[in-house]
Design a protein around this ligand. Structure first.
Ligand code: SF4
Length: 619
């Protein structure tokens, strides 16, 4: 069946060095095979790597940055405001991506664009303006040093309108901090894998989008009927109201109860004062409003205000679980106002809250264990819960001052400078670990180890299921669920929708196959769509293998093998190397990769066509 609707079939390719842009046609074969979002991004990155014989400096001008919503982005259906940023990551040197909510991707669709790819480097700090598919590159050197929120305001002022969406970097991105993020709508971030540093390396302060086109939908009546069922299901779910009230903040209590809450740089899985930084605390004195991405009834964003004390006046959209855990319990902070302040500072400076909490936690433990000296810390001691020193370190990282210059290079840079820090910093492939402790969950450990972008929970989040199953879960079941998550989750990113209605409320993924059918007119079953998303997981593996990844890299932080949590329900648990090696081999076997984690050479043939045929001529 052919694609009848749902796309504009346009790809905008911008060369910042030459200062020009081309509007290219996307072929139907490409659209069907790669769907959108992360799928379009992975294929364009693969082609760009082929063009450059797989030799790309992540912070060099040839690294391609792809921004792609999906065919469902901007269509009225549950939680359809997602958009992917894809590139070779400066943190890992491998495939990287991060998805952003809010309204930026919706506006890109309304501008008539299905994908933007950006190469080169502008001669001075610039802003890329996309208006209904037409592009202008504006030199705006005056934005240098402005934080994300300020820059968004100044750009809107310069353009004389608020009717645009702006994705911007802060000081962290300008300074190419390897975990810099891209911020939109004042607080929604493409946070992981250092996409903000790539924009910084291209002298690209912001991308501004304005569009007023209707997004094409093939079968409106079918879409409306499917929506009625899906929205009703969500509204009537027993946890729907809790999600609206607390968003992801409800996870703090759950993670503490299960012993998987990062505390004191993952020295522990419980935090004695967790109730001072949890959802109930937020609701009792801080939350002043909700925020949501496009068309999302779950509205998981919390707008908080600190009313009293030394952080009075701090307003932030957040925190959500990851930010609160990594900047709170992981650093020994039990003052919710200080967590809000740290979260706000990271948003302003444009650095990822998970990685920031990870590297600062490692510094505190490194100093405690004598790995780092007072001189390494620029003469200022730091201990657990030391709010002032922690806020100071966040500033230093974004500005690359003193020790901040090393920390800004992330886990790999820290270990290169101080090899003993490998004992305390948690990362996989160079990406700092998310806020779920995997030492009591072999499936979660496998998920982190085999994730294409490094230790990030959104690739496969299996820990809750394993907690429910206890010890009665076979290796086969653990591997199967990791692979299933790695199959279904790319599909959400490819379609341009949020995964939370599915993972948190149990909204069936079959609805999304139906949404795809009604929007595009292509009669593809869920199973067929999952085959395409599985192809994307294989493609990103091929990218990583061509960049040097093998079994040795599908590994875990040293702490996960060696240091169990000290107290709580997971005390004493570690991942045993024999157990891990056994399950990793089973994973490779089920994936059809060899014992070293290498897919068969024949797999590359699936991706030998060129997304942009003209790129082949560059070879
Ligand atoms: S659940 Fe939260 S992150 Fe997902 S679309 Fe809704 S508001 Fe955005």
């Amino acid at each position: 069946m052919s694609i009848k609707s749902g796309y504009f079939k346009k790809h905008l390719h911008v060369d910042l060095t030459r200062g020009n842009a081309e509007r290219l046609d996307l072929s139907e074969t490409f659209i069907k095979k790669y769907i959108g979002g992360r799928g379009f991004g992975a294929k364009l990155i693969w082609d760009n790597l082929r063009k450059h014989d797989f030799k790309i400096d992540p912070l060099g001008p040839d690294n391609l940055l792809v921004i792609a919503p999906g065919p469902l982005t901007g269509v009225y259906l549950p939680s359809s405001g997602k958009n992917s940023f894809v590139a070779i990551s400066p943190a890992t040197g491998l495939y990287g991506d991060s998805s952003m909510g809010g309204g930026f991707g919706v506006e890109l669709r309304q501008a008539g664009i299905d994908a933007v790819s950006i190469t080169g480097r502008a001669p001075e700090l610039s802003v890329l303006l996309i208006e209904n598919g037409e592009t202008t590159i504006l030199a705006m050197p005056g934005l240098k040093g402005k934080n994300c929120l300020e820059a968004e305001g100044l750009i809107k002022e310069r353009l004389g309108t608020h009717a645009v969406h702006v994705a911007t970097i802060g000081v962290g991105g300008e300074n190419m901090v390897k975990f810099a993020c891209v911020n939109t709508d004042w607080s929604r971030n493409a946070g992981r894998t250092g996409i903000g540093a790539i924009m910084g390396s291209k002298n690209l302060k912001a991308i501004v989008v304005r569009g007023d086109k209707d997004i094409p939908v093939y079968n409106v009546a079918g879409l409306v009927a499917e929506n009625a069922i899906a929205f009703k299901y969500m509204r009537e779910h027993k946890y729907f109201r809790m999600w609206q009230q607390e968003g992801l903040m409800n996870v703090i209590a759950y993670a503490n109860e299960k012993g998987i809450l990062p505390s004191y740089n993952f020295k522990d899985g419980v935090f004695a004062k967790h109730d001072q930084i949890n959802g109930a605390t937020m609701l009792s004195g801080y939350k002043i409003g909700d925020s949501a991405c496009f068309s999302c009834p779950m509205c998981c964003g919390n707008i908080c205000l600190v009313k009293n004390g030394k952080y009075a006046g701090t307003v932030v959209e957040g925190p959500e679980y990851e930010s609160c855990a990594m900047l709170g319990s992981n650093l020994g902070i039990d003052n919710f106002a200080a967590v809000l302040s740290a979260n706000r500072l990271c948003d302003e400076l444009g650095i990822d809250t998970i990685s920031t909490g990870g590297v600062i936690g490692a510094v505190i433990e490194g100093y405690e264990r004598g790995i780092l000296s007072l001189a390494d810390l620029d003469g200022r001691e730091i201990t657990w819960g030391d709010e002032e020193a922690i806020l100071g370190l966040i500033q230093k990282i974004a500005r690359r001052q003193g020790i901040g210059n090393v920390l800004a290079d992330g886990a790999r840079g820290i270990i290169k400078r101080w090899p003993e820090m490998d004992k305390v910093i948690l990362h996989v492939k160079g990406l700092e670990q998310s806020a779920y402790d995997s030492r009591s969950s072999l499936s979660m450990a496998l998920a982190y180890a085999t994730s294409d972008i490094g230790a990030h929970h959104t690739r496969a989040w299996t820990i809750a299921k394993e907690m429910e199953q206890g010890q009665n879960w076979s290796d086969d079941e653990k591997v199967d669920i990791v692979i299933y998550h790695q199959k279904v989750r790319p599909l959400f990113d490819m379609l341009g929708v949020c995964r939370l209605p599915w993972i948190e409320l149990g909204l069936s993924e079959r609805h999304y196959a139906n949404f795809y059918k009604y929007v595009t007119g292509e009669e593809a079953s869920l199973e067929e769509l999952l085959e395409r998303s599985n192809d994307i997981y294989n493609l990103t593996r091929l990218i990583n293998v061509r960049l040097g990844t093998s079994r040795k890299d599908d590994s875990l932080p040293r702490k996960v093998w060696a240091n169990p949590p000290l107290t709580g329900p997971t005390a004493g648990r570690i991942i045993k190397q024999d157990d891990f090696n056994r399950i990793l081999s089973l994973y490779y076997q089920k994936r059809g990769w060899n014992e070293d984690g290498i897919p068969p050479a024949s797999l590359e043939r699936k991706f030998e066509d060129w997304a942009v045929p003209a790129w082949n001529e560059h070879r």
